[in-house]
Ligand binder design. Structure first.
Ligand SMILES: [Cu+2]
Length: 146
């Protein structure tokens, strides 16, 4: 192997190490996430593309995705966010963000956001939820850290 190919190979190797794992999830007008469960590797960089693929106005059917700390229940958290004042324009009050590891903004129809975060280093299960008022009854899922 010559020097040039060694350099090329090591560049590829490091480029690969840096590459984020990409995940796509959408929410729709039927209050459903397109993905109910996904897996990530502990400590890896994640780029989660979240899209509201619905057509109803944001004030009526906005969606976000909120990934919770290990051991936090999506249903309990949805209730807690409501108690803390979650509404159709601010679905995730600051006072509850200490239970959260990553979140998107509240998205209207056709909007997309890429949420970048580092997967937790500890393997386990993290529930995720949409905190638009009332949606946590249906819009829930789990991220499994391997
Ligand atoms: Cu929603």
């Amino acid at each position: 192997m010559n020097y040039l190919s060694m350099i090329t190979l090591s560049c590829l190797f490091f480029a690969n190490l840096q590459a984020a794992t990409k995940i796509s999830i959408s929410g729709n007008d039927q209050m459903q996430f397109s993905v109910k469960e996904f897996e990530v590797k502990a400590g890896e960089q994640i780029e989660l593309e979240f899209k509201n693929e619905g057509t109803l106005p944001k004030i009526a059917m906005g969606h976000n995705i909120v990934i919770l700390k290990q051991g936090v229940s999506a249903i309990a958290f949805g209730g807690k966010a409501l108690q803390a004042g979650a509404n159709a324009t601010n679905a995730l009050p600051d006072s509850v963000k200490s239970d959260v590891i990553a979140y998107s903004q509240l998205l209207g129809p056709g909007e997309t956001e890429i949420v970048k975060f580092k997967a937790p280093v500890k393997p386990g299960i993290h529930q995720f939820v949409c905190t638009f008022p009332g949606h946590y009854a249906m819009m829930r899922g789990v991220m499994v850290v391997k």
